[in-house]
Every structure is written in structure tokens, then in C-alpha cells.
Design a protein around this ligand. Structure first.
Ligand SMILES: NC(=O)c1ccc[n+]([C@@H]2O[C@H](COP(=O)([O-])OP(=O)(O)OC[C@H]3O[C@@H](n4cnc5c(N)ncnc54)[C@H](OP(=O)(O)O)[C@@H]3O)[C@@H](O)[C@H]2O)c1
Length: 299
């Protein structure tokens, strides 16, 4: 662990808090975390983390927030619909440069240029470009889709209700990675003192087809789950009729379209390389969440 000051911008989010946990666990001496709502991180402040206010929409807040940081992890914001993300990220990059940050790390997505099926891929392309053009040293973490997504978006709860895993991904495969493994990799990258700029693919250990995902779910819960292949339009409609929230269904449809196009299938050993231990596989992740999955399905 280097003695540099590390900063987690977005430290209050689910990934951000896991990164803070990992940094604390590794004994990082100087940790800064930023959020628009510092009270969210009171528990971390009491553990010695320097919690600061930062709003990526308001560049004036960022000069103080980023002061004295050596390595800054910019967690992409969750503001997917307002069209503000590129500017938010550019504000952070400019402020990092002004504050004398030595290296910026950023949570991007797999194959951002090719992933045109994902409406916000262009935001990652633009952010990566702004980072490269900033002249700062950088570590880009191209984070695969979270293993949590099929649960949080409602796909797995719907599959458990109906016994059917709806998919338009055809033969496409997806290399889901758990948020926890992303956090481990991000914390390790943040705390390392590498001298070169690098881009890592942060993926799970295997890329799986819809049939394999459904089979994993079926083995985990001990019930049959059949895949039904449909087109994108049918997928969107039938997801909603099987209980997926209308505002979340497009995320599942565009994920399947991008999976079908082959943009989510690459796997890497970056989690192992950065942390020394391999990422968890999808079925182990499901087994860890079995009680919750079955409880949700009972409602
Ligand atoms: N790879 C995937 O499958 C996947 C899935 C979901 C999300 N993501 C991306 O990964 C990121 C982290 O995931 P997560 O699950 O931890 O998300 P999350 O829990 O929703 O956290 C989002 C973070 O963004 C911060 N934020 C939003 N707007 C901001 C602003 N204007 N200024 C400063 N901070 C702002 C929030 O901080 P405050 O509200 O405290 O200010 C919060 O810390 C997401 O934001 C999203 O870009 C990736």
C-alpha cells in the first residue's frame, strides 16, 4: 500500500462504500470520500475517513473537495437520464487537474465505442477521451455488468415468478462481475502506485449465455427455469407484464441487444491480477443470495 492520499468520488454509493471498506481493510492511511450529502458517510467519518462535500454539477465545490488528493477514483455518476453525465465527469477531471491530482481512475464500461446499443455508452467514450486528453496519469476500469443487475432490474425475480428467463441475447454471452469484486479491484488499483496509464477490463471469470444463466438460477433455487428467446420488442413488453418496472425494462432489453452483438463477452484476469484472488462466479453469487431470492419470489 503506497502512502499517497486516495480519494473516492462517489464514496456514498453502493460501489463507493464497498471501495471504502476495502481501503480501510487494507489499512490505507489517508482516505478522502466525497458526496453531495456528507451525512451519508458519518459512519466512515468516525472511522477516520475525511468526508467532504462535492457536487459534480457544481465545479466550485470541487476545488476544496479534491485538494491534497494524489489518486482520485471517479465513480461514474448514476445520473443516466439527464444528459448531464459527460459534463459532470468533465468537471471532475478539470478539478482534479487544478488540484494537482497525480492519477485519475474511472469506472467505464466494456467496449464503450462498439456498445452503441447501450444509450449511455457515448458518455463513457467521452469521459475516457477527456481523461486521456487531460494529460493526467490514468487507470480506466472498464467494468462489466454487475452480477446484481438481473436481480436489481427485476429479471431474476420475474424468472422466479414465471419459471421463464426471457432473453433476446440469442447466442451472446455476458461476463457478469459482482460489485464486491469491482470494489476489490478498484480499491487495489487506487492504492497501487503504478507509473503507467492503464486500461483494465474488470470482468467475472466466465461469459455466460442466457441458457447457462438460467441453468445456474435453476440449480440454485431447485426449480426449473426455462429460457424463452424473444425479440427485443417482445422482451420489453413481456418483462413488464411479468412484473419488471416499466422504467427498468429498457435496461434489460439494451443489455441483451449489446450481449447479442458480442460486446459483453470478453473476460480478463484483471481482478486476479489487481487483487491476488479471482472474482466470484455467477452461480456462487446466486447461492450467496439464495435466501433473499426465494424470499422475494414468495411475495
Ligand atoms: N456496471 C454495471 O452494471 C453498473 C450498474 C449500475 C450502475 N453502474 C455505474 O456504476 C456507478 C456506481 O454504481 P453504484 O451501484 O454504486 O451506484 P449508486 O449506488 O447509485 O451510487 C451513485 C453515486 O453517484 C454519486 N453522484 C450522483 N450524482 C452526483 C453528483 N451530481 N455529484 C456527485 N456525486 C454524484 C452519488 O453520490 P451522492 O448522491 O451521495 O452525491 C453516489 O455516490 C453508478 O453510478 C453507475 O454509473 C454500473
Amino acid at each position: 500500500m503506497s502512502q499517497s492520499r486516495v480519494l473516492v468520488a462517489g464514496g456514498s454509493g453502493r460501489l463507493g462504500q464497498m471501495v471504502l471498506d476495502q481501503l480501510l481493510h487494507a489499512g490505507a492511511p489517508d482516505i478522502i470520500a466525497t458526496t453531495r450529502t456528507p451525512q451519508k458517510l458519518d459512519a466512515y467519518a468516525s472511522l477516520g475517513i475525511d468526508v467532504r462535500h462535492a457536487d459534480l454539477d457544481d465545479p466550485q465545490t470541487l476545488s476544496n473537495a479534491f485538494q491534497d488528493a494524489d489518486h482520485l477514483l471517479l465513480i461514474s455518476t448514476n445520473d443516466l437520464s439527464s444528459g448531464k453525465r459527460i459534463q459532470q465527469h468533465k468537471n471532475a477531471i478539470a478539478a482534479a487537474k487544478r488540484a494537482g491530482v497525480r492519477r485519475i481512475l474511472y469506472t467505464s464500461m466494456p467496449e464503450p465505442e462498439a456498445s452503441t446499443a447501450i444509450p449511455f455508452s457515448a458518455e463513457h467514450v467521452a469521459t475516457e477521451r477527456a481523461i486521456r486528453e487531460s494529460g493526467l496519469r490514468y487507470t480506466i476500469l472498464r467494468v462489466a455488468w454487475y452480477a446484481e443487475n438481473p436481480i436489481e432490474l427485476g429479471l431474476i425475480p420475474a424468472a422466479l415468478q414465471t419459471g421463464t428467463w426471457l432473453s433476446s441475447a440469442t447466442n451472446g454471452r455476458i461476463a457478469y462481475v459482482t460489485r464486491y469484486d469491482v470494489a476489490r479491484a478498484a480499491a487495489a488499483a487506487l492504492a497501487s502506485s503504478v507509473e503507467e496509464s492503464q486500461t483494465y477490463e474488470i470482468t467475472g471469470p466466465a461469459a455466460m449465455s442466457a441458457g447457462e444463466l438460467a441453468a445456474s438460477l435453476s440449480r440454485t433455487v431447485g426449480r426449473p427455469i426455462q429460457v424463452r428467446e424473444v425479440d427485443d420488442e417482445t422482451l420489453g413488453r413481456e418483462l413488464v407484464s411479468s412484473g419488471v418496472l416499466p422504467q427498468l425494462a429498457p435496461m434489460i432489453v439494451t443489455t441483451d441487444a449489446n450481449t447479442r452483438a458480442g460486446n459483453f463477452e470478453s473476460i480478463s484476469n484483471a481482478v486476479l491480477q489487481l487483487t491476488g484472488t479471482p472474482p466470484r462466479d455467477f452461480e456462487s453469487f446466486l447461492r450467496e443470495n439464495k435466501t433473499r431470492l426465494l424470499a422475494d419470489a414468495a411475495h
